[in-house]
Design a protein around this ligand. Structure first.
Ligand code: GDP
Ligand code: IMO
Ligand code: MG
Length: 429
């Protein structure tokens, strides 16, 4: 099947939203399969900028959007986002947005616990978005979640809330935070039901019908491989599997349905929140990348940490994520830098390594081994063909391909939808 999955190959904010929007013109359905409103995906279409957190980026192209069961859904966040994009002229409703009926909900007690835990960690905080993502996934695997389908069963809701509050209030009490009462939560959920249930369905059936009809599905990842709960820089990660393999479980399709996997990577590197970042820059160049790349978190507004492209890490993400091709974004941000560096491996306690070690202390100790490359004097900004790129920029891209052991299938040269160079059609497999 000619499907495509898009995942981040670094620490998030690589430009997945832009790439999904661009490719959505060639797809019929766009599916979110993990994460929640911790994601912030920016789409620039002419003079209009859309910032999406929960809505699949395909809604901007008028495509069918699906929120899969692998997502944790904050209903208030969903409806405020729907209101926001409607005010921008987009048509979003149950006719073009479907939500898996087995999707777990984020309730107000989840962000409360997320923030209380972060405060308790002090210096060692993860730097979460504070949106309750971790606690909501914990409840899912703890078999306590309230799911979208429960809104149709008031008795189930009441019993589940008792169990949920027993668990959460014990924790909140221990952390010295205010506890939650049942009735206001139950009332809010009952009031929510008539608004959310029209979006709910067995999306696995919708996706199976799409498969039979030969429709093209685009799986939109959030976060990135280095934030994956298993494969990332644990514990400084998010609480879901961000790799493309999770698109199957998180949407209700078989592993063969995933199709071509595109890994999105910036031509340099950024990270929001705490955790190891071997190629991080603390100098003027780091500041310059942040300013030129407008590197501020889409969700929290926090400045993103900036550094050189880490080819060893992206290679690791390519292998773990099963990435068939790379999309390199923000090449324009490097315009005019006289010299560029690429991290090609690490020295960990005196030992050279080609991959990031798994241990927390070892990761913190990883020192980058850099390769120096010549920059380019000309501009790549807005380029729409390879021929428009300066020779050194092409060399830089080619070197990245060699180091990460994957071909670059697309390049992005500005935030705008149309400033994209497509070298291969990912839907062609
Ligand atoms: P996502 O989370 O992966 O969807 O990425 P974000 O939207 O959070 O962050 C990427 C930022 O880079 C957004 O502000 C985009 O508008 C911007 N962007 C995407 N591609 C390019 C590019 O090629 N050049 C420049 N200069 N900005 C880009
Ligand atoms: P998109 O989809 C960048 C980071 C947070 C924190 C860690 C855990 O826009 O790329 P969480 O709230 O998920 O428990 O926080 O993960 N994080 C992101 N960083 N982009 C994102 O999403 C992120 N989503 C979570 O900053 O370090
Ligand atoms: Mg983002």
């Amino acid at each position: 099947m000619a499907n495509v999955a898009i995942i981040g190959a670094q620490w998030g904010d690589e430009g997945k939203g832009k790439v999904v929007d661009w490719l959505a013109s060639r797809a019929d359905i766009v599916v979110r399969f993990q994460g929640g409103h911790n994601a912030g995906h920016t789409l620039v279409v002419g003079d209009t900028t859309y910032k999406l957190s929960l809505l699949p980026s395909g809604v901007v192209r008028g495509k069918l959007g699906i929120i899969g069961n692998g997502v944790v859904l904050d209903p208030d966040a969903l409806f405020s986002e729907i209101d926001k994009v409607r005010a921008q002229g987009l048509d979003v409703g149950p006719h073009n947005l479907r939500v898996a009926e087995n999707t777990p909900l984020i309730l107000p007690l989840h962000p409360a616990l997320d923030r209380a835990r972060e405060a308790a960690r002090g210096e060692d905080k993860i730097g979460t978005t504070g949106r309750g993502i971790g606690p909501a996934y914990e409840d899912k695997v703890g078999r306590r979640s309230i799911r979208v389908c429960d809104l149709a069963e008031p008795e189930t809701l009441s019993a589940k809330l008792d169990e949920l509050l027993l668990h959460h209030n014990s924790l909140l009490r221990g952390l010295g935070s205010p506890e939650f009462e049942k009735q206001p939560l139950l009332d809010a959920l009952l009031a929510l039901a008539p608004r959310l249930l029209p979006y709910a369905e067995a999306v696995w059936e919708t996706l199976d019908a799409a498969r039979i009809d030969g429709k093209r599905v685009l799986f939109e990842g959030a976060q990135a491989v280095m934030l994956d709960v298993d494969h990332g820089t644990y514990p400084y990660v998010t609480s879901s599997n961000t790799v493309a393999g999770n698109a199957a479980a998180g949407a209700g399709v078989g592993p063969n349905a995933i199709g071509t996997v595109l890994g999105i990577a910036k031509a340099y590197a950024t990270r929001v929140g705490s955790g190891p970042f071997p190629s991080e820059l603390f100098d003027e160049t780091g500041k310059l990348l942040g300013e030129r790349g407008h590197e501020f978190g889409t969700v929290t507004g926090r400045p993103r940490r900036c550094g050189w492209f880490d080819a060893a890490m992206v290679r690791q993400a390519v292998k773990i994520g099963g990435v068939n091709g790379l999309v390199l974004t923000k090449l324009d941000v490097l315009d005019g830098l006289p010299e560029l560096q690429i991290c090609v491996g690490y020295r960990v306690n005196g030992v050279a390594m080609k991959r990031l070690p798994a241990g927390m202390r070892a990761q913190a100790a990883a020192e980058p081994i850099f390769e120096v490359m010549q920059g380019w004097a000309g501009s790549t900004r807005g380029a729409r063909s390879y021929a428009e790129l300066p020779a050194e920029a092409v060399k830089y891209v080619r070197r990245i391909e060699e180091l990460v052991e994957a071909p670059v299938m697309m390049l992005s040269t500005s935030p705008d939808r149309d400033d994209t160079i497509a070298l291969r059609d990912p839907f062609a497999g």
